[in-house]
Design a protein around this ligand. Structure first.
Ligand code: AMP
Length: 190
């Protein structure tokens, strides 16, 4: 049973690597970005609320994100563990996650942080924007906001896990399979 936080800036490859990890380890993928996009597509109240933040590249308020993750954890039965992708994005979210997991007598095994330089991120996000239909992938100003929000609000989450000796950094540039192998070496060492 593994509970892993896959961490990194927008465009780091978290989604791509998560897909490969769920296949190998049979884990449940919990991507808050994907959940919000699903709500948006279904036109739910939560989707409406999240929309204005997402479209501007800003963070959805903590209490909204935390409530959504809590529901997802509670409704997932017999999970072999979770890959958290795009969550936690603030220290408050990280604290709430520890609290939620402790109710199920679970904890985070580790955070794997994908390291990708800013100029590579920009190229990747714009490339993805050609096919992703994501408003927030297509416009320089929104991409700038997302990177700034990551640096200001999300990067401290790495310190949170580092202080618990749970942070492992991985080079996120190169062959997808090489990066995947590096990630699995870390997971297999848990
Ligand atoms: P992502 O697909 O992870 O890049 O997320 C897309 C957008 O959804 C973000 O730019 C935020 O607006 C919102 N979002 C996703 N996850 C979170 C989170 N953990 N906290 C706050 N907002 C989030």
């Amino acid at each position: 049973m593994y509970n892993i936080v896959l961490f990194g800036p927008p465009g780091a490859g978290k989604g791509t690597q998560s897909e490969k990890l769920i296949e190998k380890y049979g884990l449940t993928h919990l991507s808050t970005g994907d959940l919000f996009r699903k709500h948006l597509g279904e036109g739910t109240e939560l989707g409406q609320l999240a929309k204005k933040y997402m479209n501007e590249g800003r963070l959805v308020p903590d209490e909204v994100v935390i409530g959504m993750v809590e529901d997802k954890i509670n409704e997932t039965k017999d999970a072999r563990g979770f890959i958290f992708d795009g969550f936690p994005r603030t220290t408050a979210q990280a604290e709430a996650l520890d609290e939620m997991l402790s109710h199920h007598k679970l904890q985070i095994n580790g955070m794997i942080a994908l390291d990708v330089p800013e100029e590579v991120l920009r190229v990747r996000i714009k490339e993805r924007g050609k096919t992703s239909n994501r408003v927030d992938d297509q416009d320089d100003e929104k991409i700038n906001t997302r990177i700034k929000v990551y640096l200001d609000e999300t990067l401290p989450v790495a310190d949170y896990y580092a202080s618990q000796s749970k942070l492992q950094k991985i080079n996120g540039v190169g062959e997808i399979n090489q990066i995947f192998n590096d990630i699995t070496s870390v997971i297999d060492s848990y």
